[in-house]
Structures are given as C-alpha cells and as structure tokens.
Ligand binder design. Structure first.
Ligand code: MCN
Length: 795
C-alpha cells in the first residue's frame, strides 16, 4: 500500500464551521418547523398593565369561537402546575406560570388559548376581556427600596428580594463584617474616586425567538418536548418534576437553536404551560413567541447600579475599593435571577492586586420583566464598574490609562491567586495582554492621531479596558445543577465516529471544534465524525451550554471519553494484528504497527471485529463505545484588553466608533476562527450596550422599547473593522489548557467605549457619562456650561 501523507493536525487551525452550510442555506430544523399530526396551537393573553389586581376575566367569547379547543385562566393552570421553581437558594415569592390574582409586569400571562391554528388562537386571545384594578407601578429601583409607590410582593418588605449581601475583605462566611481593612485603605488614600454608575437593562434578542412543542402520549405515558433552549437536560428535569413524570418519561429536544445569549437557560412559563396542556388534553401543542412577546416575556439582562469608591495613592497604587450594588431584578425570580448580580460581586477584584475590597448587594423587585443571564451575566457589570473607576483615577492623576492599570496588576508569579472575593484565579499574564493590545493599536501613534484631530476641533477620544472573567463553570459545589459534563464516543460498526455531548450548542460551533479534537485524537478525517447534541433521548446525560463552559468542561470530557474508547480500540487492534498495543499508531483513519505502514488496518476492519469478536480477546467486552463524566476542580479565568477610538459630532452629539482593538486570552484555542467569531459577537453586544441598545420603561411601567423600531439592535454597518489578536496562557484546570471565550467580547468593550467618550468630551470637564451614549445626552453636555468638577451626564 503506498504511504499516504499524514493528515494535518486540526486543533489550533481555522477550520470553517461545519454547521454553517445548513444554516445559511435554510436547511436547518427549528422548533417552528416541527409539525405533528393533530397538533394545536397555544397563544397567551398577556397583561397590558404593569401592576394591578385581576378583578374578572371573561373568556366566554374566546371559548365560543370556531376552532378554539380550550381556554384556561391562571386559576385553571394553577390546578395543573405547581409554582415556577427557581435555581438559587434565595427566598422567593410564589410565581405562577399564569397570573392568578395580581399582575406584576406588562406582558405577564393571564390566560391561555388552545386553538386549531395560531391565527385563531391569537384572535381568541383578543376576545378575552380582563378587568383590572390598577395598582401604582414600581419603576424606579431606588425609590422601590423605600416601599414606594407600592410593595409588589407582600412578604418582601420594601421590595427587597435580597436585602443586603456583603462580600469581600473581612467578610466571614456567615456574613459577619469587619470593616477595619477597608476603612484603613480609605483613610490612607491620597485620592478617592466616587461615582454612581448605571449598567442599564438590555433585551437579549436572539434571532430566533423562543418556541415550544409539547407532545404527551397518553398511551405510553411519556412526554416529548421540543424547545429553543440552551440546556435540554435541565429542561427535562423541570418538565418532569412539574408534570409529575419521571425523568425517564420525558424526552427534551433542542433542535437547531438560533441563539440564546443566556436568555434561553431559563425554563419559562410557556414551556411548563404547553407541557401541562398537552398532558391534560392528550394532544401535541405548539407555541412560538413573536418578536413583540419576546421583548416582554423573555428575560432581560443587566440593570444594576453601582456606587463605586476607589482609594489610591498619587502614584496610582490602588489601596481599596467599595462597590454598593443595587440590582433591579424585575417582578419575579427566574431560574438564576438572584445569582447573576452575585457574579458582579465575585469579580470586583478585576485584574488588580487590591487588598481591601468591600461589595454589598441589594436585589429589588420592580414591575418590569424579570432579569436573568445575558451574555457575560454579572461579569461585564463588574468590569464596567471597576474599569470606569480605574479610568477616572488615571484622568484624575493625569496618568496614561494603560500605566495606572499596569501598576496594579496581579503578577504572573502570583497565580493561582485568591481574590478578596474568594475566587481563585487559575492563570494569567495581564501585562502580556496589555502590551499586545497597545502594540496592535499602536497606542502612542493613536494618541498622536487623537491629538491631531483635536487640534482641528474634533471631539475624539481613546478608551482602554482590561477584563478578567469567571467562566468554564464549574465544580458541582458552585452549580446547583451539577458542574460536570458528559460525553460518549462511539466507533460505529463501519468505522465512523459518533460522539454525544451534553453541552448543547446554539450557535457556538461545537460540532466543528469537538470534531477537530476527535479527528486529531484518532487520526481520522473530520468528515468521518458526527457530533450529536440537544436530544436527551440520544445524549444520555448533560448540563448545558452557559457560562462559557462547553469547551473547558464539555470539550475536556469529550477528550476523556475519546481516550477511553481509543484505548479499547487499541486492544482489539492489537489482538487482530498480533501486536503490542503500545506499538500501534492511529493515522489516516487506520491503525498500524509503528514503522510498518503495510500493516495498517482501516477503522472499519477493526470495528467489524470489535462488534463481531470471533474470537473475543480475553478481558474485553464487545463493542467500541465509552462514556465519561468529568467536572473541573475550578472555573477558568480568561482575560484580555480592549481599546477603542471614538468621535463625537460637535454639532449633533452623535458618537461614531472609529477603531476597536481586542486582545483576548482564552488559553489554548481549539479553533481561532470560531474564537474570533465569538469575540466579534460579544464585542457587537458590548458596543451595542454602550452606544445604542437600551430597554426603557415609562413611569407607568409600560415598555417603551417594545420593537426593533425603538430598541436599536446593532448592525454590521455600525462597527468599524475589529482588529484582534490573542495571547495564550493555558489553564491548569483542564488537560486541554482551554478557557472559555463565548462571553469575553462583552466585558472589556463597554467600559472602553464609555472611557473613549469621556476622553472625547474632556474639554467639557466631564468625568463620567452613563451608557448608552445617546446623541441627545452627549449634545447636552457639549452645550452645557463647562464643568470644573462635574460628574456629568447621569442617566
Ligand atoms: N473555543 C475554542 N477554544 C477555546 C474556547 C472556546 O475553540 N479556548 C470554541 C468552542 O469550542 C466553542 C466556542 O469557542 O465552539 C465557544 O466556546 P465556550 O467559550 O466554551 O462557550 P460555550 O460554548 O459554553 O457558549 C456559551 C457562551 C455564552 S455563555 C453565551 S451567552 C453565548 C456565547 O457563548 N451565546 C451565544 N456565544 C454565542 N454565540 C452564538 N452564536 N449564539 C449565542 O446565543
């Protein structure tokens, strides 16, 4: 046999995404593409006020309509379903999937229709008449903390969902606080920076809204549920529990999922209601969210105020930091709502070796859509507060923003580094990422360009931000769902490889990256590998995709399952070839004895033997399929540096992003092309938040940004070309050395854009501007009398 060239190694290569052709060509199957015989359609009547008592619901006209199968009020659904569960240990008010007596946000479901098609269902919804006694709407989060203008949940005085959690230096596990170290840091300070900052509310806006098909088969007593979800296994657990079924009786399928961005981690009212209705009626039912519903019914992200105080010496050394956080969590606790702001506390140390830090957190109910995870989930907020404060310090001390950061970095030889917040950073080299960013941005030249533009009267500014992120979650101690992941790798009877992963991708590209890893591990072409996911009937176990964990945790366990089956395959090959298994090489889809290429046996031949083992080698069972569970001992902590250049039009206040540079370090990269794509997406969402995206409400609690006419989604045309590079600092937490990257782009981008805007407005004495950078807000600053010490532009 002529020796064929050895297949190139794929890990580390820019392999194009295998999933894209079907997505681009419209040949993928989403929830809305699923049609079952006898399927009926569900629509929700939603509250059109923010807060009020339900006096009466008249469903008679809807129920009488041709094609309507059933109509349910909240009271009816309450007989079918227990209250909605949450995934955090915090106390929580009762949350019914469909409101029973009181509505607490505009868009909350109040009744449900099941009908022949979705048009009849929607018409019937319009025929339902709800009579409310309106209550005052609680909209301003800081006013809400005084119990005014109303208390939303009677058992939660002053609307305090989580009254006050302290964390940081001198805080013991049982919450006792010793202020002395933080007080001493501030007493020793030569400079103190104090600023209230708002990290405003966003609508995650995945391109595919949510959807669900539930099919209970009374004959078998089993339920199949298709949902646009990030974690079918968690969905299975909750759907089974709330419907009184066993996990073995529920199959959850996430078909193609068109983005989630954290908002599809939740198990939502619509999923519970559809499953319960299907079980009650014994027919399949379907619900698909429309865009207007998505704005009110899918969880929002961020919405947290930080009162930040930073103590420093005049040489730029940071001595202490205090952050008082107030989170507006909306009307109810969803799955992770209460936990998200705790991640903001956890990351308060940022990239800096600060020895005295105190954060406190208060979570507050308001009459708005509940918040929960949104790409970055708590960590962009921490980065924003700390990095803006660092920038204000640099401005106050007239230091270069890069140098004030460098002065305070945790040094490479300090890792693993235990922060004041109790996190153990795995590895890092922050100076290297900063240097690389300054290099690709040509920082000194950039400053000259800015100054030259200013000399022409233009308002041009530069911003720089570091970030470090906790992701790759995490040991089970840190995740109530379990912090492991599962994989099964099978050499099929024809020698091809199939592998299942519990990390259910929804745009990230794991079908490509996991196949790259297996291709290298087995020495086979990538075309011989299929990665299966998103179906609990096929994928035995799993946790899901969130917290940028699928590569660090799901990728590692895939590698470990692959190693197990490879070892068994080597034993079969050794028996077949009468060779020592240590002498075998896996290459080009064959196994050969080292140095004897003519001995090569194709995978198909070895698989044929393993599945019909005559004779069965001693000590071996037939078959070539192995599974693995694995959980990391720690999270991973990727980091990076983002730099931006921005111009503000002196006449109109309109900001334009001129340049954007990003250096990210996610440890070992499996696929740099996919990683770049992930960072592009994160940057777009971070820049979107800083510049044009904002959920806003009227004083009556009405959503003012309820469509893409009012909520500005960033488009490609809104961005300059992103200049990117990476540094590689592997993590010791997993054998791949890989950290997470899916959220990284959202972290450094917001503070660096705002800092660039403040720099551009420096001639007006502005120290801080809250996001988003609405032209009107900037125009007012340009028009206002110059401020000598003003804090500027509170939004
Ligand atoms: N990767 C890599 N090398 C690394 C790290 C990651 O090649 N060192 C690859 C992975 O194999 C994977 C991708 O990069 O293909 C992202 O991996 P990872 O950082 O592990 O993140 P997850 O797969 O767990 O994705 C979750 C993350 C989160 S939390 C949000 S929110 C988010 C995001 O990913 N939502 C997304 N990226 C998204 N991308 C799309 N298209 N749609 C979303 O909804």
């Amino acid at each position: 046999m002529p020796a064929s060239p050895v297949l190139p190694k794929l890990v580390g290569q820019r392999v194009k995404r295998r999933e894209d052709p079907r997505l681009i060509q419209g040949r993928a199957t989403y929830v809305d593409d699923i049609a079952l015989v006898g399927m009926q359609h569900v629509a929700f009547k939603r509250s059109d006020i923010a807060h009020g008592k339900i006096r009466k619901i008249d469903t008679s006209a809807a129920a009488a309509m041709d094609g309507v199968e059933a109509v349910y009020t909240g009271a009816d659904i309450a007989k079918m379903l227990p209250p909605m569960p949450i995934g955090t240990p915090f106390p929580s008010p009762e949350h019914r999937a469909v409101a029973v007596d009181v509505v607490r946000f505009g868009g909350e479901p109040v009744a449900v229709v099941v009908a022949r098609d979705r048009y009849v269902a929607r018409d019937a919804v319009d025929a339902i008449v709800v009579d409310y006694d309106p209550l005052p709407a609680v909209v301003d989060v800081e006013q809400a903390m005084t119990g005014k203008p109303a208390v939303i949940h009677p058992d939660f005085a002053n609307n305090l969902a989580v009254p006050l959690v302290p964390s940081g230096t001198g805080v013991t596990l049982d919450g006792k606080v010793d202020d002395s170290a933080v007080d001493a840091a501030f007493a020793a300070a030569e400079v103190v920076i104090s600023q209230r900052m708002v990290n405003h509310r966003l609508a995650p806006s995945a391109i595919e809204p949510r959807g669900v098909v539930a099919h209970y088969e009374p004959g078998k007593g089993t339920m199949t549920i298709w949902s646009s979800t990030q974690n079918p296994h968690i969905l299975r657990t909750f759907i089974a529990a709330l419907n009184g079924l066993g996990q073995d009786q529920v199959r959850a399928i996430a078909p193609e999922v068109g983005g989630g961005f954290g908002a599809k981690i939740n198990i939502y009212a619509e999923e519970y209601v559809c499953s319960a209705i299907s079980k009650a009626l014994g027919i399949p039912v379907k619900w698909n969210e429309d865009r207007s519903e998505a704005f009110v019914a899918t969880t929002h992200g961020r919405d947290i105020i930080g009162y930040v105080d930073l103590a420093a010496k005049r040489d730029g050394t940071v001595l202490g930091l205090k952050i008082r956080l107030i989170a507006d969590i909306g009307a109810y606790n969803m799955l992770l709502t209460a936990a998200i702001p705790t991640l903001t506390m956890m990351m308060a140390n940022a990239t800096y070796n600060v020895q005295a830090i105190r954060t406190t957190l208060t979570e507050v109910f308001t009459n708005k859509t509940p918040t929960d995870a949104y790409r970055g989930a708590g960590r962009p907020e921490a980065t924003y507060f700390v990095e803006r404060a660092m920038d204000m310090l640099a401005r106050e001390l007239k230091m270069d923003p890069a140098e004030v950061r460098r002065k305070n970095f945790i040094q490479p030889n300090q890792f693993p580094y235990t922060t004041q917040m109790g996190a153990v950073y795995d590895s890092g080299d922050y100076g290297k990422a900063l240097d690389r960013a300054l290099q690709i941005a040509n920082w000194e030249q950039l400053k000259k360009e800015r100054d030259a533009a200013r000399a022409q009267g233009r308002l041009v500014g530069l911003g720089l931000s570091m970030y470090v992120e906790v992701c790759g979650l995490g040991p089970s101690a840190a995740l109530p769902t379990g912090g492991w992941e599962h994989a099964q790798v099978t050499i099929e009877r024809d020698g091809r490889i199939s592998a299942t992963t519990g990390a259910s991708p929804h745009g990230q590209g794991n079908e490509t990256t996991f196949a790259q890893m297996l291709a290298d591990q087995f020495g086979v072409p990538i075309e011989h590998i299929t990665i299966l996911h998103g179906d609990t009937g096929v994928v035995k176990q799993g946790i899901g995709t969130f917290g940028s964990r699928s590569q660090a945790v799901g990728g590692t366990v895939m590698h470990l399952a692959g190693a197990k089956v490879k070892a068994k395959m080597a034993k079969f090959a050794a028996a077949m070839m009468e060779a020592n298994e240590d002498d075998l090489v896996f290459e080009n889809g064959t196994i050969a004895v080292k140095g004897a290429p003519a001995s090569a046996k194709p995978f198909a031949a070895i698989a044929a033997y393993a599945y019909v083992p005559v004779p069965l080698p001693p000590g071996l069972d037939p078959g070539l399929s192995e599974e693995a569970f694995w959980e990391p001992a720690n999270n991973t902590y990727p980091f990076g540096c983002h730099i931006s250049m921005l111009e503000i039009d002196r006449e109109t206040g309109e900001p334009t992003l001129l340049k954007m540079f990003a250096v990210d370090d996610a440890g070992t990269l499996i696929n740099p092309l996919i990683v770049e794509g992930q960072i592009h997406g994160g940057l777009a969402q971070g820049i979107g938040q800083a510049m044009i995206e904002e959920v806003s409400y009227s004083e009556e609690g009405q959503l003012l940004t309820g469509s893409f006419m009012d909520y500005a989604m960033p488009r490609a045309i809104d961005f300059p070309r992103f200049e990117m590079a990476s540094t590689v600092t592997p993590t010791p937490v997993n054998p791949l050395g890989a950290k997470g990257v899916g959220e990284a782009g959202t972290l450094g981008s917001t503070p660096c854009i705002v800092s660039a805007a403040v720099d551009a407005l420096s001639e007006f004495g502005v120290k801080h501007v809250d996001m988003m950078l609405r032209p009107e807000k900037l125009w007012r600053i340009i028009q206002s009398p110059r401020q000598s010490s003003g804090q500027g532009g509170r939004s």
